[in-house]
Ligand binder design. Sequence first.
Ligand code: AMP
Ligand code: FE
Ligand code: FE
Ligand code: ZN
Length: 281
Amino acid sequence: MRIDLHTHSRVSDGTDSPAELVAAAALAGLDVVALTDHDTMGGVAEAQTASEQLGIKVLGGLELTCQYDSVTVHLLGYGCQADTPLQDALDELRDDRLRRMPKMVAALNAAGVEIGVSDVEAVARPGATLGRPHVADALVALGVVADRQEAFDKWLDIGRPGYVGHYKVPLAEGVATITGAGGVAVLAHAWGRESRSVLTSDVIRGLAVSGLDGLEVDHQLHDADTRVTLRALANECGLIPTGSSDYHGTGKVNHDLGCNLTSDASFEAIKALIIQRGGRI
Ligand code: AMP
Ligand code: FE
Ligand code: FE
Ligand code: ZN
């Protein structure tokens, strides 16, 4: 089977609606796709409804923004029940992201960029998880930069003038909250961007002992050597290895649906854990 377990819709910072994403996934020949919007499961129902016509399975998920030491860590959660303490964490993340937006706009204004919160709201789907990619889209719409990448490079990356952080769930709490909601917790792109230096092999071994279920091995931010090392580490620690596109529609280049895949065996292991914990499959 062709299984892609990490994608984003307009309910966070992707550019497809959940229904469009599922249609694109079917067209890309996927049998299973997980919708994993940042800090929300708000698109899952729409995606699952769309999937009924298309002969494709949608696994409900999310990508929880967590913190470990000084770095941001993304944690994928699959099969979580909504009516649990996870919802409180998601509410807190959303509220702080809303408080952050005027701060980002003010920081950009102070750096000489004319932009308002309404410019950001204009490019986001109502209720979407508001983040830096939407600020990037607003900067593109205003003609300040050509694309999202230039917006991050010049204005939004850590250390750039428009960067403002936001509340993140402590990683251990994130793992417990996802698994406590009946879900399965998988560390996303562990050795991409800033987290590589902090999430050492030993740290990942420790996380496996304290409840982490899986490790995203095949990801575009991981080169071939990194994948070999992470696969061996997953094997050693009993973590479920996964692979996925981290598709964001046109919001991220080189992340096409199905560009990395999860094995049938890993998907079966994830489903078995969700069933065992009383999650939603
Ligand atoms: P936020 O949680 O609002 O700070 O935004 C994080 C999101 O921005 C990530 O999930 C990525 O989709 C995107 N992102 C973060 N860093 C970069 C980067 N350097 N280039 C492009 N996109 C990025
Ligand atoms: Fe994203
Ligand atoms: Fe991520
Ligand atoms: Zn992602």
